[in-house]
Ligand binder design. Structure first.
Ligand SMILES: Nc1ncnc2c1ncn2[C@@H]1O[C@H](COP(=O)(O)OP(=O)(O)OP(=O)(O)O)[C@@H](O)[C@H]1O
Length: 288
């Protein structure tokens, strides 16, 4: 069972836990995930960590419907995510922001964010094209919400700027804003600070905290930056070679002998036991 979390602000009333039960995924002879179970409490910031090749991306791809689990279930309230296609998963309120920015560089921030509203648009393309009153009203409403979300992520003054000319940190925040534009109840963040410098990382961590407290939604992140994970997450699931080796609070997993062994044995430089909760973040990595 998922444990309740304490949140600054209100958790959305219609927010179920996410329950991953006995999930396995195979690629030929490779078991990318073996019998993995964990739960994400409503309103939690929940991190999935592990050394390279541990199965983190595979887990995210299962949660977002890109990969099908060979065994096991993923439940989000009544919805069986493991039986759904990606667009159906988006429809039940699960949105993913991608690690490698998947934005249209020539289009403005507003245009990119509007794409996130697409599945919420009722007026069909024809009435929108003909500028019928209902479509115009709806377009205005979506435009206002897009502006609000951009403001929330400190992008308010960049709404009409082409995404391609923004800094890397700004582009990553547009990616998160676009996911938020789908009005999710569960936000999946795929390495949200990969390649960021310390200042950009701190800004993104603040934005994630604000998203949770202002919107009261659940957030799952896969992240390599251990300092950020330990200071941000309520709970941490640790994978290694496709198996779950620990699941607990940051303080619990940091001192778990199996976690320490997995990190030291993997050649990963960041040993979670050595990172204090308020430690400064890693130096910037090379950018994609
Ligand atoms: N599409 C695929 N085809 C074959 N093998 C795959 C595929 N995707 C992942 N794998 C394998 O599954 C295992 C888990 O990989 P995964 O990418 O999920 O790990 P990860 O924890 O995200 O690693 P990293 O931190 O390096 O991104 C690895 O052995 C990987 O080589």
């Amino acid at each position: 069972m998922s444990e309740a979390v304490e949140v600054d602000g209100q958790i959305r009333a219609d927010l179920p836990p996410l329950e991953v039960e006995h999930v396995s995924v195979r690629f030929g002879a490779i078991k990318a995930l073996s019998d993995v179970s964990f739960a994400v409490a409503p309103g939690a910031i929940h991190a999935v960590i592990g050394p390279n090749g541990a199965g983190k991306s595979t887990m995210f791809n299962v949660l977002s419907g890109v990969y099908k689990a060979a065994e096991g279930q993923v439940r989000f309230g009544d919805a069986r995510l493991d039986r759904m296609r990606p667009y159906q998963i988006a429809d039940v309120g699960v949105a993913r922001a991608f690690q490698n920015i998947a934005l249209s560089g020539a289009q403005s921030v507003a245009e990119n964010l509007m794409l996130g509203r697409h599945h919420l648009t009722r007026a069909g393309f024809l009435s929108a094209g003909l500028r019928l009153p209902r479509a115009t009203r709806e377009g205005r409403r979506h435009g206002e919400r897009v502006a609000e979300i951009a403001e929330f992520l400190d992008l308010g003054d960049k709404l009409h700027t082409p995404v391609g000319v923004l800094s890397y940190g700004d582009q990553k925040r547009v990616e998160v804003a676009r996911a938020l534009c789908t009005e999710p109840r569960l936000l999946l963040l795929d390495e949200p600070v990969a390649g960021m410098n310390a200042e950009e990382t701190e800004r993104m961590a603040d934005a994630i905290r604000e998203i949770r407290s202002a919107l009261g939604i659940s957030i799952i992140l896969v992240e390599h930056d251990m300092g950020m994970v330990m200071s941000l997450a309520d709970r941490v699931t640790v994978l290694d070679f496709g198996r779950l080796i620990a699941d607990g609070t940051p303080a619990e997993v940091q001192t778990d002998p199996e976690v320490i062994r997995a990190y030291l044995g993997s050649g990963n430089e960041t040993d979670p036991s050595l990172v204090a909760a308020d430690a400064p973040t890693d130096p910037p990595e090379s950018r994609p």
